[in-house]
Every structure is written in C-alpha cells, then in structure tokens.
Write a protein that binds this ligand. Structure first.
Ligand SMILES: N[C@H](CCC[C@H](N)C(=O)O)C(=O)O
Length: 263
C-alpha cells in the first residue's frame, strides 16, 4: 500500500489516498503503521476520501487506533496533499471531518501549498473543573474545538512532568470525556507557550486543535487579545479570533512517499 508521510510542526501522520477505496480495519492499520520501530512511525493515520458536502473528507486515527474527530495539523496537510497532487486546483477548499466541514485557504508557492489557514469554527468553553492528579490540585478549562481539550494554565509548561501527568489527566473522571491535555503559559498577552499530551497519541510536538483550545481559554480569561501565536515544541501557529470563529495558520510539509507490505 502506498502512503505519504507528512508533518505539521512535527505532528506527523501517515496519509493514505482513499479516493477509490480504503484498506480494511483502519484502526488496526493506524496502530501498526504509527509504531516508530516496527512500522513507519507517526502520531497516527489520516485517510483522504471524497467529500460528503465538501471537496474532500479527512478521516483521522490516533496512534492507538482511536478515531479523532478533528486534527488541526492534519487538515493543513490534507489541503497540501490534494493541491500538490493536483486532485484539485482550488486554493479555497472545504474538508469534511467528523466534527463537521472546515474551510481551508492555501498559500501556494512554486505550485506547492506551503502555508494553510483553517477556519476552525467556534470553540466551546465548558465550566471550569477543579481536580486532583498525582497529589496536585488543578483548575481545568474544558474547551471543545470539534474534539475535547483540558487546558491548564501554569507558569512553566516545560517543567511539567507531562509523561506522568498526561495519561492520568486524559482519562480523569472529573472531565467531560477522555481529553487532549494542554499546559499553557501566557505572560505577555500575545504568545501562548503550549505543551500537549494528545488523547490517543501521547506527547506530540504540536497540536492544532490544542493550540486553538489554549487560545480560546486564554482569550476568555483576558490573558490575550483576538490575535496570538501558539509556541509549541514543534513550532509556531498563528491564531486569530474573528466574529466568533478561530482561524489558525501554519505550515504543512511532505516528508517522504513510501510503500508498505500489507501481508
Ligand atoms: N488526538 C486528537 C486528534 C489529533 C489532534 C491534533 N493532532 C491536532 O493537530 O489537532 C483527538 O483524539 O482528539
């Protein structure tokens, strides 16, 4: 089976063209291919299918085989994939996702899409939750961006023991549902420093929906205005709140093409 390895700020996925059919058992395939020793290595698997209401459909699986409703870094790469391979010549696209349609605007140079702006829609802020994890108390801002996020503000996200805390918080009984987890600091009213534990994939270098969730929580707390930059370990995303919707801008990159035995 042919695949394309792509990344958005180091949040890397395996992309499969499913325009004319799809492999069997995608969750199992996602686990097998995401393995960084026995497979290709990735944060998950993304299938590109014909659009339902939009131009194309993104179907996304985390590295543990669980289905993700929306993927910010992934959808930018989907836009790049379909444009660079001439599946479309449009630079304004609608991609269907499990969380609904999302609008993309591609910035093209030399015939390739390099930067993508995504209309991530309206974020939903749920009531704050106080919880205890590993002996510490946390105030959690639960934010829906098509998928669930637990945003925690702290002075030094780099100092958080994320590999230990992440799995505890992901499945914490006080949260609305199994969540992605972001530790965030915003000291200057503009830059958000974000570290992410992703539901189904663990620590990732970046999370597009997570950056939007952090932005929404920070903006509603008055920690930043209607424009911000999310600084993640894998790079920076531009964020803008406009007429109730969040617009996220960032890069998308093709790493390599490959073929894997399906036996
Ligand atoms: N782990 C997420 C999906 C991937 C989100 C992330 N990679 C992004 O860029 O938004 C979930 O299960 O909700």
């Amino acid at each position: 089976m042919r695949f394309t390895k792509m990344e958005g700020l180091g949040n890397d996925y395996i992309y499969v063209n499913c325009m004319e059919g799809e492999p069997e058992d995608l969750p199992t395939l996602a686990v097998r291919l995401s393995d960084r020793h026995f497979g290709v290595g990735a944060d998950g698997l993304i299938c590109i299918k014909p659009g339902r209401t939009g131009d194309f459909t993104m179907e996304m699986y985390n590295a543990d085989g669980s289905r993700g409703a929306m993927c910010g870094n992934g959808i930018r790469c989907v836009g790049k994939y379909v444009y660079d391979r001439k599946l479309t010549r449009k630079t304004c696209l609608t991609i269907d996702t499990d969380a609904g349609p999302r609008g993309l605007e591609l910035a093209v140079r030399g015939g390739k899409a390099e930067q993508v702006t995504v209309d991530m829609g309206q974020a939903i802020l749920y009531p704050e939750v106080e919880l205890e994890a590993m002996g510490e108390q946390y105030t959690v801002h639960q934010v829906g961006v098509g998928n669930p996020h637990a945003v925690i503000f702290c002075p030094d996200p780099e100092g958080v023991r994320l590999e230990e805390l992440g799995p505890v918080l992901e499945c914490h009984p006080n949260l609305r549902e199994r969540s992605n987890v972001e530790f965030v600091s915003c000291q200057d009213g503009h830059d958000l420093h974000v570290r992410v534990w992703e539901r189904g994939s663990g620590i990732t270098l970046a999370c597009g929906t997570g950056a939007c969730a952090a932005f929404e929580a920070a903006r509603r707390q008055g920690l930043c205005g209607s424009r911000a930059e999310a600084r993640l370990p894998g790079g920076t995303l531009g964020l803008e709140w406009r007429e109730g919707r969040i617009f996220m801008t960032g890069p998308a990159r093709t790493v390599f093409e490959g073929e894997i035995e399906m036996g």
